[in-house]
Design a protein around this ligand. Structure first.
Ligand SMILES: *Cc1c(COP(=O)(O)O)cnc(C)c1O
Length: 403
């Protein structure tokens, strides 16, 4: 049990707390699900990009899936070896592509024909051969929230099958490109196995048709997206997930790469916020807390549900309240019509499942410094990012102030 009251006292609120032991358990579950098969679990850094979090996974043998050169640099600093780092994303700049090639990462995940031309040109300029994979958009509905669906032609990600095939042929004929992998990622918070299986089948068939052309790939990259329990979702077991994927690969000798983010960190994270006061507008009751949408955006952005626990000994009856922050937006809420006991100023709320897409989506909106982050490992707590103060927030502007 994590003593949130003690942590809030020591580090202040609002505060992110991460259970590193839970992250280890999740990593091991997934790694073991692929059993004897050659596999790389490449942690999707964007889910929680704190250096200590990445380092924790690095120590377990994880790779890193990055979507900007900034994330690639973080992965290096945290100790992920180059040969386990991949770089995805629909809009890589020339500078990012160049640095990724120079750093000799495992591969660049190419998301369009135009990008393939850029990667080839830059590799030629560097007089080298760039390892690539191509992100295929299998046009599968992942049955998740539309904002986190990525595997439909309506979404901006990847290329269709026939374009992919043409790109592989071009890459294979190029002096400066080495096609080593194939990739798909159909969405996030997936709780249905069938769309994953279908996508894997489609992509495996493409691999077979490429083999017929003597284009031999090494990596089958199934993306991330494994869903977690926020509320009462029935989630996919890692074993079933692995079996569904492996089942599509009969006769193919490939290393499986998967890129989980949320699965590894979401339920390891807690956002601890302090009650400032309660207020009533007509019939409506609000609990105003010191954390806000600039700390944890998911409820505002996706209408996401997070379980919330009040650290209160109150025996009084629960009432339905909206839990809101101080930011000047009506969208600044953590929950609506949520049953909580009456709360006094100074009491704490713990917002659960906050370890993925929490801190990283934070901002300084309303000139609010971002929270501190704390890791708990073997019952020991340690600071892994200090709280931002006012000086941090103005530091990049003060020198430009005119008289
Ligand atoms: C976001 C993303 C992931 C991680 O998604 P999760 O749902 O957090 O597992 C993996 N791969 C790619 C390409 C992504 O964009």
């Amino acid at each position: 049990m994590i003593d949130f009251k003690a942590l809030a006292k020591e580090y202040g609120t609002p505060l992110y707390v991460y259970d590193f032991d839970y992250m280890s358990v999740q990593y091991t579950k997934l790694k073991e699900a692929f059993g004897g098969r050659k596999s790389i679990v490449a942690y999707a850094v964007k889910a929680n990009s704190n250096l200590s979090v990445i380092k924790h996974f690095a120590k377990m043998g994880s790779g890193a899936d990055c979507v900007s050169i900034g994330e690639v640099r973080r992965a290096f600093i945290a100790g992920i070896p180059a040969y386990k780092i991949i770089f995805s994303g629909v809009g890589k700049s020339d500078e990012e592509i160049r640095e990724a090639i120079e750093k000799d990462i495992l591969y660049i995940n190419v998301e369009s024909d135009a990008e393939l031309q850029r990667v080839e040109a830059i590799a030629r300029d560097l007089d080298t051969k760039a390892r690539i994979s191509i992100r295929v958009n299998p046009n599968i509905d992942p049955q998740t929230h539309p904002y986190i669906s990525t595997g439909l032609h309506d979404n901006k990600f990847g290329v269709d099958l026939s374009t992919a095939k043409r790109m592989y042929i071009q890459a294979n004929n190029s002096e400066n490109l080495d096609p080593v992998g194939i990739h798909f990622h159909i969405g996030s918070q997936l709780t249905q196995l069938q769309p994953i299986r279908e996508a894997a089948e489609i992509v495996a068939d493409l691999i077979r048709s490429l083999e017929a052309l003597k284009i031999e790939l090494k990596f089958f990259d199934v993306g991330g997206g494994l869903g977690i329990k926020y509320d009462d979702e029935v989630t996919i077991e890692p074993y079933d997930y692995a079996q569904a994927i492996l089942g599509t690969l009969t006769g193919l000798d490939l290393t499986i790469l998967c890129e989980p983010g949320r699965f590894l960190t979401a339920n390891a994270g807690y956002f601890v916020t302090k009650v400032l006061y309660e207020k009533q507008n007509g019939e409506k009751k609000f609990v105003v807390v010191d954390g806000a949408m600039n700390d944890l955006l998911r409820p505002s952005l996706y209408g996401a549900y997070h379980e919330i626990e009040a650290l209160s000994n109150s025996q009084e009856e629960l009432r339905e309240v909206d839990i809101v922050g101080p930011v000047c937006e009506s969208g600044d809420f953590f929950a609506k019509n949520y049953a909580l006991p009456p709360l006094k100023g100074g009491e704490l709320l713990v917002i659960k499942s906050a370890g993925a897409y929490g801190f990283g989506m934070g901002s300084n909106y309303n000139t609010r410094g971002r929270s501190a982050e704390v890791a708990v490992e073997n019952s020991q707590a340690r600071l892994i990012r200090r709280r931002e103060n006012f000086e941090d927030l103005i530091a990049l502007e003060t020198e430009f102030l005119e008289d």
